[in-house]
Design a protein around this ligand. Sequence first.
Ligand code: FAD
Length: 379
Amino acid sequence: MPRSNIYVVGGGIAGTMTALSLQRRGEKVTLIDRWEPGHARAASTDYNRVIRAISGRDEFYTRWARESRQRWLELQSESGQNLMYECGALILATKGHCDWEDATEDTFNKVGVPYYKYSRDDVAARFPQFRIPDIDYALFEPEAGMLMAHRCMLTAINLFKQAGGIVKRGRVTTDSSEKPMLDGKPLEADVIIIATGAWAADMFPRTIKPISSIVGINVLYTSTPDGSEDFDMERMPCWIDHGQGSFGLPSSEGSGVKAAVVIPDTIDLDNDERLIRKESLVRTRSYIRHRFPALEGQKVVDSKFNQVILTPDTHFIIDWHPEHDNVLIAGGCSGHLFKHGPVFGEFAAGVASRDYATADRFKLGARKKLSPKESPSGR
Ligand SMILES: Cc1cc2nc3c(=O)[nH]c(=O)nc-3n(C[C@H](O)[C@H](O)[C@H](O)COP(=O)(O)OP(=O)(O)OC[C@H]3O[C@@H](n4cnc5c(N)ncnc54)[C@H](O)[C@@H]3O)c2cc1C
């Protein structure tokens, strides 16, 4: 069989994992990005990302997350790089705000995800860093943890190149029919996969923009107390705190404690300076004071202002363009794609190779908002 000539546009986690999977299937793949792989504007950079199976009652993503965990471990052993730290994840179920967490327990039991259900006293004994007067209970997922996102990205790019893939720099645009163009000419290939993250909305004003919104998220890294190891990943898990609109990760490789209070912010993808907003600084500090009293008085040591592209139901997009039958759109991050990277890439590669059709949930077209109980992200 002749090898297909495939262009993957966008070298974030969605594009790179899809490109790697296709190249390993024996296709001839070129990965093209506007900027250097691993650049700071992409949603896939930052030191780390949480990997956890919790997805409310959604079995599909729960299984994908478990499968991806396995794949990340395989990539780790293949590359010899520290890609994943299994520090666990603590899901705090706030009183009166537990729909997602309640639904998760059933899904974990069904799928066989290892977890502990902790009372408030259990959490206080096991993880005394957390001050938790407002929670009902917590779920602890011991096989969850963090992916070293930037390192994962660069490792995947290297594996792609080692497999014979080509990485190119360039900006792909679209014409009035949303056909991909490069240097003013139609991009010619057997298959073109568009994985341009949040930039896809402006590239596809008819297809993607109506089913997406883009939100800026501020993340702060806070120093740990002098002489203390309590906030290192060996002693502290990642956490999800939907009741407070927050999530975070312990200090790893000297990063400081990462916390995000999700205050949806506007963002100009190309023109904004990627500097933290004052309101976020104030809100995140106050959250840290509330949840981690021992971090009171600690300093911001790093920060990140980045974006997510959200679909109404927070399901990803993997589907053929309605007018260009060789153009596959792959993305729709919705704040939870990184962890799924390897399985997302394999699945998108199978759709691109026309081995199977996409899943209903990933189709383009009208989508509706889900309740927190139904939603995989709990938002
Ligand atoms: C603060 C924050 C925290 C998050 N936390 C988690 C988490 O804990 N766990 C998790 O699983 N997920 C998390 N996510 C979500 C996850 O990071 C994203 O879903 C994922 O990184 C999206 O990857 P992507 O490849 O679709 O997009 P991106 O990484 O943004 O990549 C898109 C690429 O396309 C390129 N591009 C754009 N336009 C063009 C063009 N015209 N031509 C050529 N190239 C182009 C860009 O340069 C970029 O490199 C988080 C996201 C944010 C912002």
